[in-house]
Design a binder for this molecule. Structure first.
Ligand SMILES: *Cc1c(COP(=O)(O)O)cnc(C)c1O
Length: 354
């Protein structure tokens, strides 16, 4: 693949690493590639990061034909930079593309685009503890047409954002609220795709949860409203009777790469792991019987997010002693140590950046 490179005249000043937050600062350059039906992908280019013109009729703005990914570049103590399972992100982007009738990209070309961009932006990968460079690849429908069809013009972009540590105040558990009314996705719908609609669908219930004093919504399945699916925009795990369990992929659950890594790493460490249907009533029953040891979420942003309290209807339970449990804490440390190159990589998940 030919990538045309236009460099910025005046590189921006790098931000203060002690105060990065999430998703507001962007690097000097971005990658763009266009797709036209009949022609395929063309005009791969890296240009200075900037706004771009959009016709108000551009299809993505009206019908939400868009997909995205999220991964991170980590700086090791020796100064080198590495990625965690990046090909899995592009494979998932292509599964999302299928679900949204968007064109797939060649995974190796996407890797080449990302690597070329990262080599140019390497200085933007922060080195303070827990910080990283967040990578956001996305694909959008670009045809200026307000009739409903699948867009014949599409754009794929990669933008980069230095982000702070997720837990600046320590590895603290969150309180989660089971929505009795709202669902984020249904089987046969788009739940397994990383697409805008699911996040728009989650905002209202999240606002209610926050008004009630909870951090995140625990989503139940959209059909029977009985089975646990995800927490916020993370996958969810339970430790019950020393077994690490997560809901099986049902079609309405996003197949998280952190979820898969937790399952594989826990199994590698000799823990019992399982993917199965988990009824919320059984979670509460396990708690009553003293068998519910831990609850935690998993995702690229937080890696592991311990859950201290769960509220469902008029019942509220405190998980364990309300603090982060040993399984969550150990998985958090072990995964971070692999991602930051502080520990060996038994699963060959790491891809170094030149
Ligand atoms: C991105 C995402 C996750 C986590 O996926 P990772 O690959 O682990 O970052 C889980 N659930 C939803 C809904 C997501 O969008």
């Amino acid at each position: 693949m030919e990538i045309e490179i236009t460099r910025i005249d005046q590189p921006k000043a790098k931000p203060d690493e002690s105060n990065l937050g999430f998703g507001t600062i962007f690097t000097d350059h971005m990658f763009t590639m266009d797709y036209t039906e009949g022609k395929g992908w063309h005009d791969a280019r890296i240009t200075p990061y900037s706004a771009f013109d959009m016709n108000p009729a551009t299809m993505v703005l009206h019908y939400g034909q868009t997909i995205f990914e999220g991964l991170k570049a980590y700086r090791k103590e020796d100064g080198s930079v590495q990625l965690f399972r990046p090909r899995d992100n592009f494979a998932r982007l292509n599964r999302s593309a299928k679900a949204l009738c968007l064109p797939e990209i060649d995974e190796e070309e996407a890797m080449e685009a990302l690597m070329t961009l990262l080599e140019m932006e390497k200085e933007w990968v922060p080195s303070a503890p827990g910080t990283s460079l967040y990578i956001r690849p996305f694909t959008i429908a670009m045809d200026p047409y307000i009739g409903l069809k699948s867009s014949p013009k599409v754009r794929f972009m990669i933008i980069l954002s230095p982000v702070g540590a997720y837990y600046p105040e320590g590895f603290n558990p969150v309180k989660i609220w089971v929505s009795p009314e709202h669902v984020r996705a249904v089987r046969g719908g788009l739940g397994a795709a990383k697409t805008a609609a699911n996040y728009a669908a989650s905002l209202y219930a999240t606002e209610i949860a926050q008004q009630e004093g909870y951090t995140q919504v625990l989503w139940l399945d959209g059909v029977e409203r009985k089975y646990v699916e995800e927490v916020g925009s993370m996958n969810i795990f339970f430790v019950i009777d020393d077994e690490v369990v997560t809901p099986e992929l049902s079609g309405s659950i996003l197949a998280g790469i952190t979820r898969d890594s937790v399952l594989k790493l826990a199994a590698h460490q000799g823990k019992k792991v399982a993917e199965k249907r988990i009824a919320i009533d059984d979670v509460f029953k396990a708690h009553e019987e003293g068998r519910l040891q831990e609850v935690f979420g998993s995702g690229t942003a937080a890696v592991i997010s311990p859950v201290g309290m769960v509220k469902f209807g008029d019942r509220e339970i405190t998980v364990g002693d309300g603090g982060a449990g040993p399984v969550a804490s150990n998985l958090f440390t072990d995964l971070m140590d692999i991602q930051y190159g502080r520990n060996e990589d038994p699963m060959e998940w790491i891809v170094p950046v030149k």
